[in-house]
Write a protein that binds this ligand. Structure first.
Ligand code: GLP
Length: 260
């Protein structure tokens, strides 16, 4: 696991650089897209590069991490609509190239199995963007999630619903109670994981992620078992890292050709 500590603007550029490098080498790459506020600066940077530097997504495909259950199709906070607004509509993905779990499916179990199969059929995810919840969740794999889980329905914790209430006018009652989420094993199948976290509220989760014991109590800790993980954090999110100086020295001495 590589931990990079840098100002937030630089983190977004580093993530965008990695995605750009992938797309230029392999235009039909498969991306994994995350919602939440953490990736927004990356999406802004990708949209800018699409507009100004000819970065194309025309042959790429993308899979979303998760979706609320039961939000109407036109609800602005439905993750499918959030991803459309924040990135898909700002670049040149082909129609149907971005897929997400179907939070309105009658057959939830069937929809989750179909989603897993769609990812496999696409050849798997090359680069997965991730955020992290204050309780250490990734996607919507809340504490206690099976470390071997696949796409399934989950109940959101009160903590996550409170954290996300800001997207629902601050009204906790408007935040759905259930979601469909890629499982931890699904996420672990992606070839490169790039996790972004900023702000002091994420400091404990980031410490556990990089330095804690692997445990379902901090679901993101499973990433310690992945061979290619990049954790991009600002000073505040890095404030509880025991090895922060080592991570800084390592990144400062890293040759440019290595990339992330
Ligand atoms: C949500 C999403 C996660 C995201 C997390 C953190 O619960 N399902 O994918 O990582 O929130 O969000 P933020 O980046 O806004 O802090």
């Amino acid at each position: 696991m590589e931990v990079v500590i840098a100002p937030a603007e630089q983190l977004a550029r580093l993530a965008a650089d990695t995605i750009e490098r992938l797309l230029r080498a392999r235009p039909d790459a498969v991306l994994g897209l995350a919602t939440g506020s953490s990736p927004l600066a990356v999406y802004d940077e990708l949209a800018r590069r699409h507009a100004e530097a000819d970065l194309s997504f025309a042959r790429a495909r993308a899979f979303m991490l998760d979706e609320y259950v039961g939000l109407p199709a036109d609800h602005p906070e439905r993750y499918r609509n959030v991803i459309e607004k924040e990135i898909a509509s700002r670049v040149d993905f082909a129609p149907g190239a971005v897929q997400g779990p179907d939070g309105l499916a009658d057959d939830v179990v069937g929809a989750c199995a179909a989603y897993e199969q769609a990812i496999v059929d696409a050849g798997g995810v090359d680069l997965q963007i991730l955020g992290i919840g204050t309780d250490g969740h990734v996607a919507f794999n809340e504490p206690g999630s099976s470390l071997a889980s696949r796409t399934r329905i989950k109940t959101l914790t009160r903590q996550t619903r409170e954290d996300n209430a800001r997207f629902f006018g601050g009204d906790l009652d408007q935040v759905p109670t259930h979601c469909l989420t890629q499982g931890l094993a699904t996420i672990m199948s992606a070839r490169h994981l790039v996790l972004l976290a900023t702000g002091r509220g994420k400091a404990e989760a980031v410490h556990q992620l990089a330095e804690g014991p692997v445990s379902a109590m901090w679901p993101a800790t499973i990433l310690q078992h992945h061979p290619h993980v990049t954790v991009l954090v600002d000073d505040a999110a890095a404030s509880r890292l025991q090895l922060a100086d080592y991570y800084r020295e390592t990144f400062a001495a890293k040759p440019d050709w290595q990339g992330l």
